[in-house]
Design a binder for this molecule. Structure first.
Ligand code: ATP
Length: 238
């Protein structure tokens, strides 16, 4: 399968503090990649480095065979790299419908936008029922759904999801993960999933990476990671 994203020897910093050390990773088109690790391991920084919010000081980020290491997030959205940040960050004052419209801000194909809004309502029927409600009045799970749907409105080729399960009830988390899988399978979207809920994330991912203290310490298929003694002890609570 052709490679969609590659990180080669990436080192990222916050000021003088180094957060990522020599990160090598790749994602093939059509995959769900899971990145797991403890609090502060560097997972969010890895996503931020891919979507251009943090720029790698050294090393390279390559998307569809072109370097994107120094490209700003807005240009990356136009190329098909979209992030759903941790904490969701929808527009609380805008309605569900308006939030979705915002996700399409770089597009001007009105028919396509309307079709994609319908596609989002198909994936998340609850959002359709709440389309005229302000985003801030939705439950946490609904806001997470809206954040994902809004990102889908930009027609991403690569969707970056930062801890979609955070603070949500297990049943809602399962629903969201099922939809993530559907987006991957039916909408041809490659997914880079960062999660602390290692158990669920490894169940929907194809391959995974384990991060500790800013370094990738282990990578394998998700099946093998789920069976790995070290992963079981450190991340699956077994
Ligand atoms: P979490 O699950 O808590 O989000 P994480 O694995 O995503 O953890 P990062 O948020 O990437 O980890 O943090 C990696 C390291 O970088 C941590 O040591 C953190 O304290 C540091 N860090 C993160 N953001 C900043 C910042 N804006 N300024 C300075 N240091 C930061």
């Amino acid at each position: 399968m052709p490679r969609i994203l590659e990180l080669k020897g990436v080192n990222s910093f916050y000021g003088n503090i180094q957060a990522l050390y020599d990160i090598d990773m790749h994602i093939d088109r059509g995959e769900i990649i899971t990145l797991i690790g403890a609090n502060g391991a560097g997972k969010t920084t890895t996503l931020m480095t891919v979507c251009g919010v943090v720029q790698a000081r050294t090393g390279e980020v390559i998307f569809q065979d072109e370097p994107i290491t120094r490209i700003n997030p807005e240009k990356l959205v136009a190329r098909g790299v979209c992030q759903v940040p941790e904490g969701r960050l929808i527009f609380p004052e805008l309605t569900v419908q308006e939030n979705l419209d915002m996700g399409a801000f770089l597009r001007n194909d009105r028919e396509g936008i309307r079709r994609d809004i319908d596609m989002c309502f198909g994936l998340f029927p609850i959002l359709s029922a709440r389309r005229r409600q302000q985003g801030g009045t939705l439950s946490g799970g609904e806001q997470q759904m809206l954040a994902i749907a809004r990102a889908l409105m930009a027609k991403p080729k690569l969707l970056l999801l930062d801890e979609p399960s955070m603070g949500l009830a297990p049943l809602v988390v399962r629903q969201i993960f099922e939809i993530v899988q559907k987006v991957n399978e039916e909408h041809n979207t490659t997914i880079f999933l960062v999660e602390q809920n290692a158990n669920l994330a490894l169940k929907i991912g194809h391959r995974g990476y384990v991060m500790e203290n800013g370094r990738i310490v282990l990578t394998d298929t998700c099946d093998k990671l789920l069976a790995n003694e070290q992963v079981k002890k450190a991340y699956l609570g077994l």
